[in-house]
Design a protein around this ligand. Sequence first.
Ligand SMILES: Nc1ncnc2c1ncn2[C@@H]1O[C@H](COP(=O)(O)OP(=O)(O)OP(=O)(O)O)[C@@H](O)[C@H]1O
Ligand SMILES: Cc1ncsc1CCO
Ligand SMILES: [Mg+2]
Length: 263
Amino acid sequence: MKIDLLNQIRATNPVVLNISNFVTVQDVANGINAIGGSPIMSEEIRETDEMVGISNAVTLNLGAFSKPQVAHILAMGKAANAQHKPLVIDPVAVGAISFRKKTALDLMNQFQVDVIRGNAGEIAALADVAWDAKGIDAGSGNQDVVEIAKKAAQKQNCVVILSGATDVISDGEHVARVFNGTPLFQLHVGSGDMLSSIVGAFCAVSDGDYFEAAQTACLVFASIGQLVADQMKAERPGTFAVRLMDELHLATVADIEKIAQFD
Ligand SMILES: Nc1ncnc2c1ncn2[C@@H]1O[C@H](COP(=O)(O)OP(=O)(O)OP(=O)(O)O)[C@@H](O)[C@H]1O
Ligand SMILES: Cc1ncsc1CCO
Ligand SMILES: [Mg+2]
């Protein structure tokens, strides 16, 4: 695990271009900014090629799309491929809403993503594994999450992050797991969206090794959440969100190395 990629983000300040959802856009922008990247959001299809041109990675969030936004997402995905920019997608609620699953699969048939980041309900849906997803949340299921992540990665020919209490990262063959984190993440809507765009920042400095970038992003983000939770005496979602932003900025590679748990 190359935790030092965190220092490379801070040293190079990569531009991460996002199509976000209106619910969590501010958290996503500030999350990228706090960790050391440079966020930019786009809502206008005519600026796509130029926007992708100035970016070091692109993250597409399917959290609250409309018909025009789907066209924009498609254009952005195609432009990222054409301009060889790393491409991350967050397939929000594809496990709960069949229309979303169909839309996500249609999009991914028309461009090649490098990393998919979703929770167990979302990744199980993409892997065609039975799972009881609940809205934007993971829901419940009893299938093996390692096998689900592997299967989804093989189907989409990319790296998959299945996030949760344990994050599972697979390229379809190899598997890594991150055991850090805190249940407080679940009390802050958009923790997953922040992670997906931070994955974009790690991809931007990864020299094309997106499996390494995905693992490291998961380890850094989950460990920073854990550091914050360890300092709190009660479950305070508001305080957690504020302190998470602070620690995304302040936490060092050494802080993370001290608590990192992965295989
Ligand atoms: N029970 C848990 N214990 C520890 N860490 C967790 C737990 N659940 C989620 N996480 C962490 O929360 C972060 C966000 O992942 P999560 O799977 O909750 O995304 P999500 O469901 O897409 O969230 P959202 O929809 O709110 O954006 C990850 O870093 C993950 O490791
Ligand atoms: C609550 C919610 N609804 C659509 S997107 C979103 C934020 C989590 O992605
Ligand atoms: Mg999510």
